[in-house]
Design a protein around this ligand. Sequence first.
Ligand code: AKG
Length: 197
Amino acid sequence: MNTPETIISEDGWVTYISDFLSFDLSEDFFHRINNSTNWSQQEIRIFGSMVPMPRLTAWYGDKESRYTYSGLDNNPQPWTPVLLELKQMVEVHTGLYFNSVLLNLYRNGDDAMGWHRDNEKELGQNPEIVSLSFGAPRNMRFKHANNKEKKAAVELASGSLLWMRGATQHHWYHCIPRTAKVVAPRINLTFRTILKK
Ligand SMILES: O=C(O)CCC(=O)C(=O)O
C-alpha cells in the first residue's frame, strides 16, 4: 500500500491512498456491493421543485444511526455482509469506529454530486469521514468556504481510500463534477459516525 498523500493540510486535513485495495479485489467488491444494495433514486427540492438526484443512493448502518441530509430523513437498512467486511477493514486501518455508511452509485459521467459540506449536526463537531471508491475513477474537487483562491482536487481511483477529518467540513466544500469522459459506473462508500440523540 502506498503511503498516504496529503490533499489538504490547512483548515482541515484530507489524506488519500490510491491503492488501499488491489485492482482485482476492488472489481470483486464493486460487483458484490452493487448486487447486494437496495439502491434508490431520491428526490430533492431545488428552487421549490422536486427533482431526482443525479445518482442512486443507499444508507446502511446500526439501527439508531438515523441521518438527515439534503432535507431527506434516512432510516438505515441493516448492514450487509460485504459492507460489514469493508467497515472492518476501514476501522482496522483508521482505528475509528463507524456506525453507518452512505452509498452512492454514479451510473455514468452524467451522475454527479454538487458542492456541499458534510456538516449536519448528527455528525458532530469535527466528523471523521472515510470514503472508499470502486469502479470508474472520478475527480473530486475541494474549494475553501472563505477563500476562492484555495482549491484542491484528487482523482479517486478504484480501491482508493480518502480520509477527511479535523475541521475539513467547516472550511471546505467538496463535489464530484459531471464529466463527458466517464462512461463506466462508480460506487462510493462514505463511512460515518452518527451521534446518538
Ligand atoms: O462520491 C464521492 O466520492 C463523494 C461522496 C460525498 O461527497 C458524500 O457522500 O458526501
